[in-house]
Structures are given as C-alpha cells and as structure tokens.
Write a protein that binds this ligand. Structure first.
Ligand code: COA
Length: 168
C-alpha cells in the first residue's frame, strides 16, 4: 500500500526522517510530498528541499520525493494513494492533526490518516527550531541530516545576522 507523507520540510529534520524510515517499513511505498505553502515563508526553495529530502532518504529504496500545490487529498488521489502518513510529537499536535484528518476525510472519504508517534528523542523538534538554532550559530548536526546541516551553515554564514544598533 502506498502512503503519502505531506509537509513543508523546510528543512527536513531527523524527526521527519524517523517517521519516513518507519513508514517505509510499514508501506510498500512512501511519497514524501513537499507542499508549496504560501502561508509559510520558506527558508529553502522547493528544489533545495527536494534535494535535501532525496539525499536524506537515498538509502530507502521504496521512498520517493515529490512536490505539490493545493489540497493534500487531491494530490494523494492523483497518486492513487489512500493513506496519509503523519507524525505525532506531543499532545498538542493531536488536536490539529485530528482536525486535519477529519477535514481531509470530508473532502475525500476514501483517505485514511495513519499516525506514528515520533521517537522520544525528536519529540521537541521542529523545522523552525532548527532554523533558529542555526541562525544564531548553534550546532544542529544532531538534529538534521548532514546535507541540511551544511546547507544551513552555508545559508547563515552568507547572511550574517544584522547587528543590533548600539545604545550610546
Ligand atoms: N519531526 C520533527 N518535526 C516535525 C515532525 C516530526 N516528526 N512532524 C512535524 N514536525 C514539525 C514540522 O517541521 C513543522 O515545523 P515548522 O512549523 O517549524 O515548519 C511543524 O512540526 C508542523 O508540521 P506539519 O503539521 O507537518 O506542518 P507542515 O507545514 O510541515 O505541513 C501540511 C502541513 C502541508 C501537511 C498541510 O498544511 C496541508 O495539507 N496543506 C495542503 C493544503 C490542504 O490540503 N489543506 C487542508 C488540510 S486539512
């Protein structure tokens, strides 16, 4: 059975990879579907994110990477996928995920959402948190795949944080 794992992946973290690796053991194929989300201002372009996810998942033969616009269920339908894979990190994710799952089912009753609990060590992780750490020069190598760590370093070395005006 084919599953679609949708998200912004800006950038992919080891928490996402944990879900992808475990999903790849449960499903015959997993599509990591990178959403164009105009509501979120992305750090990385979609093509950069595709490369990052491809590099991180190259060892998984039944995982492919794609990108989509519009509704997730429409994308899933276009791929003949009836399963959406999602990770649950903490209790607060549950309410949002439940709402999304019900909404998606109201849009296409054949869709099922399968939740995997994120492994403990990544339950605090988010892409924004990783970007914030990298922006301030912190180490993110234990939180993201190696390619992403390099891209973040390159990104924030090229664009130093503007210095605050000093108060005389
Ligand atoms: N490990 C680490 N971080 C995780 C994680 C995990 N297992 N699971 C989620 N996260 C992080 C993400 O990195 C993201 O961090 P950020 O907000 O700092 O970028 C945050 O948790 C939220 O993740 P998620 O809920 O997956 O949001 P998203 O923006 O990545 O994806 C879509 C949301 C794309 C799936 C959703 O907006 C969507 O389906 N959009 C398409 C339009 C549509 O169909 N709308 C109707 C849906 S009901």
């Amino acid at each position: 059975m084919l599953a679609v794992y949708p998200g912004s992946f800006d950038p992919i973290t080891l928490g996402h990879l944990d879900i992808i690796e475990r999903g790849a053991r449960l499903f015959s194929e997993v599509i990591v579907a990178i959403a164009h989300n105009p509501q979120k201002k992305a750090l990385f372009s979609v093509s950069q994110r595709i490369k990052q996810v491809q590099a991180a998942t190259g060892h998984l033969k039944n995982v492919r990477v794609d990108t989509f616009d519009g509704l997730t269920v429409e994308y899933a339908r276009s791929q003949q996928a009836t399963v959406l894979l999602r990770g649950l990190r903490v209790l607060s994710d549950f309410e949002y995920e439940l709402q999304m799952s019900h909404t998606n089912k109201s849009l296409w009753p054949e869709i099922e959402t399968v939740f995997l609990t994120t492994s403990n060590e990544y339950s605090f992780l988010s892409s924004s948190l990783v970007k914030e750490i990298a922006r301030f020069g912190g180490n993110v190598r234990h939180l993201v795949p190696a390619t992403v760590a390099k891209d973040l370093e390159a990104c924030f070395t090229q664009t130093p944080i503007p210095s605050q005006p000093t108060l005389e």
